[in-house]
Design a protein around this ligand. Structure first.
Ligand code: FAD
Length: 406
């Protein structure tokens, strides 16, 4: 152990006890940090994982998704049910509902908050799906087989619709744009996914906006009225950074904390990680704001390395996420732009297919539906910016790792 005996006597405070905050605290200990580690989280529950909330937890197939971590044994002080209301970087101090807390180094890991449907606050039967409490409120909706209206055909909307159909609810999904996942995928890729809704018995209404929500019904802008025992709003999430107002810490256009490639913020000794922060990607030549689980697992290692006094490499991951919807395992790795060359690998009318994106001949992103091997191989190929042979890529019988340009 070197680096001033791994920062003995130093106090690291992590704000936000979700995946990114928890992983930061754990990674600090794994990397030999001997100072104090305090993890402050607003939610009263033992820290838990979010992906199961829209899957097994919602359907009652799992009670919860608490992390299996012995915080006490790791010497991590957990302060749960405590909201942090502000930070004064010049004083190295946080303001919390339970009084001020000093730090030597601070990690911001407050994640994201779901966007609310304007005018729906306080209307009975309107739900969001971000927290364990949200999932617990939604369980009886499924168990009692209410008619459900889902607002937004994004990742959360699709997963909730899947669970609600599994539970036997009548499901209508209302989407303002012309297709599901409009913000994430091009029209030709999202088009076959629209069919998954009908196949599962859910009605997808695109080009449709909610005009008003009232108890028991959703009124649409085309004048129709949908009966709704419950309304689930899945229209996106935004970084939970309102509490940083006035701190002087730089925020970006999406209200996210602007971090550098070592995940340092504009304030001294303050880092940011997970859903609340963006970072510059050298790999993609743009700033990325990633709202996916893998980023909340990987970023903390960079932060912990910096905090123990090592010089971490630039944080520049190949982004990865998965979604389980309508009986399919959907995975995406990398990052594509509209100008990238899109190659189909398989027929989207069949249960499993892949789409690859090439930039200047090199693989930059892959979407795999029911083809986990494609995804696993592509992560390495994308990482190495491997030049590919488009004709071989287009043949689903040829493993991607064998489709490299000669
Ligand atoms: C229902 C659901 C399903 C998902 N499924 C998938 C999936 O299948 N695949 C995938 O890749 N990703 C999935 N995700 C995304 C993934 O879970 C997130 O990217 C990940 O949880 C981000 O972790 P985080 O720690 O940055 O933020 P969060 O998990 O949001 O944790 C932040 C924590 O900080 C706390 N906090 C916020 N403000 C304060 C404050 N001022 N003071 C104290 N505490 C505060 C919050 O209460 C929260 O507990 C899913 C997300 C949801 C909601």
């Amino acid at each position: 152990m070197s680096e001033e005996r791994k920062r003995a006597g130093q106090r690291v405070v992590v704000v936000g006890a979700g995946m990114a905050g928890v992983q930061t605290a754990v990674a600090l200990r794994e990397q030999g940090f001997t100072g104090s580690v305090t993890l402050i989280g607003a939610e009263p529950h033992q820290p838990y994982d979010r992906p199961p909330l829209s899957k097994a937890v919602l359907l009652g197939k799992a009670e919860g998704s608490a992390f299996d971590i012995d915080f006490e044994a790791l010497g991590i002080e957990l302060r749960l049910g405590v909201e942090v209301t502000g930070v004064r970087p010049a004083d190295h101090e946080l303001d919390t509902a339970a009084g001020p807390v000093g730090y030597d180094s601070l990690v911001l890991a407050t994640g994201a908050e779901p966007m609310r449907l304007p005018g729906s606050d306080g209307v009975p039967g309107v739900h969001l799906l971000r927290t364990l409490d949200d999932a617990e409120r939604l369980r009886p909706v499924l168990a009692e087989q209410h008619d459900v209206v889902v607002v937004g055909a994004g990742w959360i909307g699709a997963e909730f619709a899947t669970a609600a159909r599994d539970a036997g609810c009548a499901v209508t999904v209302v989407e303002a744009s012309g297709r599901p996942l409009a913000g994430a995928l091009p029209a030709e890729v999202a088009a076959p996914m629209a069919a998954w809704y009908a196949e599962a018995g859910a009605e997808l209404r695109t080009h449709t906006r909610v005009a008003r929500v009232e108890p028991g019904a959703v009124l649409l802008d085309d004048g129709s009225r949908l009966p709704a025992g419950a309304v689930v709003v899945g229209i996106g999430a935004r970084p939970a950074t309102a509490w940083l107002a006035g701190s002087g810490i730089e925020l970006g256009v999406h209200h996210e904390v602007v971090a550098d490639d070592r995940l340092r913020t504009s304030a001294p000794d303050v880092y940011a990680v997970g859903d609340c922060a963006s970072f510059p990607s050298g790999r993609y030549g743009e700033r990325l704001l990633v709202h996916h689980w893998d980023n909340a697992v990987q970023g903390p290692r960079t932060v912990a390395a910096a905090l123990v006094g090592e010089a971490p490499e630039a944080y520049d991951p190949v982004p990865y996420f998965w979604s389980e919807q309508f009986g399919r395992f959907v995975q995406y790795a990398g990052h594509h732009a509209a100008a990238d060359e899109l190659i189909w690998r398989g027929d989207p009318a069949t249960p499993s297919w892949t789409v690859c994106w090439l930039r200047d001949g090199a693989l930059v992103a892959v979407l795999a539906v029911g083809r986990p091997r494609d995804l696993a191989q592509s992560r390495k190929l994308i990482d190495a910016a491997t030049p590919m042979d488009p004709a071989l890529v287009a043949d689903p019988a040829i493993p991607l790792k064998k489709a490299i340009r000669a």
